[in-house]
Each structure stands twice: as structure tokens, then as C-alpha cells.
Ligand binder design. Structure first.
Ligand code: NAP
Length: 259
């Protein structure tokens, strides 16, 4: 039904693990060439191996999105390896928990520079290639936390995720003339390797707060990103989509119990 993205080139920041890995798997499965990026070389090697049997070609790059120069190296690598950039999935993010009383300026800066500034730096580095492609697509991984909900310990994280949404609304206007769209996916609680460490009881409790009764799979976010990357989504820009199994819908605990 949708025009294929086969043969197009995608960069996925934070693609070595979790949601980014899921996005990379969906895009490479749809035939896109994918540059998978992260800071840990060993995690990148494992991701590349796990993605090796898909139809798209996969390469990896050690990148720190909080460093603009590193983002430029990333874009150069995609350009050299695959001849350009059609899709940027700005997904890399961190979520250390700390309450306000304990939050140091460095802790605040680290979250903002990775999650928010890292999104901006990655886009700036890829801008020329995305424009040249004639159908540039940027998909930002935000969160329900910040834009829609709150969670103690994550005020800085929530602010960084809300900042991404503020950013894309004006960026979308600047990018429109370049033929580039920019949109965001807001995941609810998604099952990643990190969450698995919390144990089955904890995971079951989390799933019980979701109307659909399950945590999200990384592929659920990958499919939303794939949609934004298609030609058919070309008239959508500056928008966001919540992918959470209905997690933000219950207005109270009672509403959940009454389902
Ligand atoms: P994850 O499993 O910890 O994966 C994070 C990825 O980002 C890893 O590949 C990590 O690789 C990379 N990364 C972290 N800092 C980086 C940096 N400075 N430069 C480059 N890469 C970096 O996390 P996740 O749960 O998949 O989260 C991915 C995104 O989804 C984040 O933006 C997060 O805010 C968002 N999100 C997650 C959930 C959820 O339930 N999991 C819900 C809502 C939103 P290295 O550590 O090797 O660099």
C-alpha cells in the first residue's frame, strides 16, 4: 500500500539497543540501508550481527550525539557508505532518575545535551544530505513522559522530551522549503533489555496500567517511524503520535479498574 523505502538510507541514533534497535530492524527489514549509531562499539557489533539477515544493508558508527563534531562524522560516514541520507531517526536518549533536591547542574546538562541538544546536532549534521534527497524525513523519539505525563525523578528527562516537541514545530516550518518533514513518536512503556532487569513482577505491574494489557514492543515504535518515513506521510510535518497501548487514557485508577 505504501511506497517502498527500499534502497533509501536511514541513520538511527541510539540504534544499538532498545527502541532504536527496533527502529533499525523495521527499516532494514523494509529494505533501507541503515547506519546504526551509539557510543559502545561492542553493542554496535552485536546489533550489526543481529541485523545482518535483513534485506537492507547495515553499517555502524561510534557516535556521541551530544558532540556536534561526532554528529558531523556520522553524516559523513552515511554519505560515504551509502551515498546520502533520506531518513534520520533521532532516537538516542538517556533517562537517569534523580529528584530535584539532588539534581546537579552537570546531571541536568547531561540529560539536556544528550536528549534535546543531541536531536538538534544530529539534524544539523544531516541537513544538507536530507535536502539533497528530495524527500528528507526526520523522526524524533520523544516520550509520553514530559509532553503528556510526569514521573518523580524524571523532571529533567521530561523537560528534554517536551523540548524536542517544541523544537520540531518551528523546525518543521524551516525544513518545509527543503522538502524535509520532521515528526515525533511518543512511546509509552516499551519493553527493552533495560526493563527486563527489573523482573517479571515489576513488568506485570507496569503492563496492568496499560489498557491493552501489555508493554509496547520496540517494533511498535519502529512501525510508527516507518510510517513517517514513507512518501505517503509527506504532507505530515511538525506532528507527534502517541504509541502507548492507551497508557495515557485512563483519567483515574478507577477508570482502569472499571474496564
Ligand atoms: P536504551 O535501551 O538505553 O537505548 C538507548 C540507546 O541510545 C543506546 O543505543 C545507547 O547506546 C544510545 N545512546 C545513549 N546516549 C547516547 C549518546 N550520547 N550518543 C549516542 N548514542 C547514545 O533506551 P531506550 O529505552 O531504547 O530509549 C530510546 C529512546 O526512546 C530514548 O530517547 C528514550 O527517551 C525514548 N523512550 C523510551 C521509552 C521506553 O519505555 N523504553 C519510553 C519513552 C521514550 P550507547 O549507550 O552505547 O551510546
Amino acid at each position: 500500500m505504501f511506497t517502498s523505502i527500499s534502497g533509501r538510507t536511514a541513520i538511527v541514533t541510539g540504534g544499538s539497543k532498545g527502541i532504536g534497535f527496533g527502529i533499525a530492524r523495521v527499516l532494514a527489514g523494509a529494505g533501507a540501508n541503515v547506519l546504526v549509531c551509539g557510543r559502545d562499539e561492542e553493542a554496535l557489533r552485536r546489533a550489526s550481527e543481529a541485523l545482518s539477515d535483513l534485506s537492507g544493508r547495515v553499517d555502524t558508527a561510534v557516535v556521541d550525539v551530544a558532540d556536534p563534531e561526532s554528529c558531523h562524522d556520522m553524516a559523513d560516514r552515511a554519505h560515504r557508505e551509502f551515498g546520502g541520507i533520506d531518513i534520520l531517526c533521532a532516537n538516542a536518549g538517556i533517562f537517569p532518575s534523580v529528584r530535584l533536591e539532588e539534581m546537579s547542574p552537570d546531571a541536568l546538562e547531561l540529560v539536556m545535551s544528550t536528549n534535546f541538544k543531541g536531536t538538534v546536532y544530529a539534524l544539523q549534521a544531516c541537513l544538507a544530505d536530507l535536502e539533497r534527497s528530495g524527500h528528507g524525513r526526520v523522526v524524533v523519539t520523544s516520550s509520553i513522559t514530559g509532553p503528556l505525563t510526569g514521573y518523580p525523578g524524571w523532571s529533567h528527562y521530561g523537560a528534554s522530551k517536551a523540548a524536542q516537541l517544541g523544537f520540531i514545530r518551528t523546525a518543521a516550518m524551516e525544513l518545509a522549503a527543503k522538502g524535509i518533514t520532521i515528526n515525533a513518536v511518543l512511546p509509552g512503556n516499551i519493553r527493552t533489555e533495560g526493563l527486563d532487569e527489573l523482573g517479571q513482577d515489576y513488568l506485570d505491574q507496569m503492563a496492568a496500567t496499560v489498557p491493552q494489557g501489555r508493554l509496547g514492543d520496540v517494533a511498535d515504535i519502529g512501525h510508527a517511524a516507518l510510517f513517517f518515513a514513507t512518501d505517503e506521510a509527506g504532507y505530515i510535518t511538525g506532528q507527534s503520535i502517541v504509541v502507548d497501548g492507551g497508557q495515557v487514557l485512563p483519567e483515574s485508577l478507577m477508570a482502569l479498574q472499571d474496564m
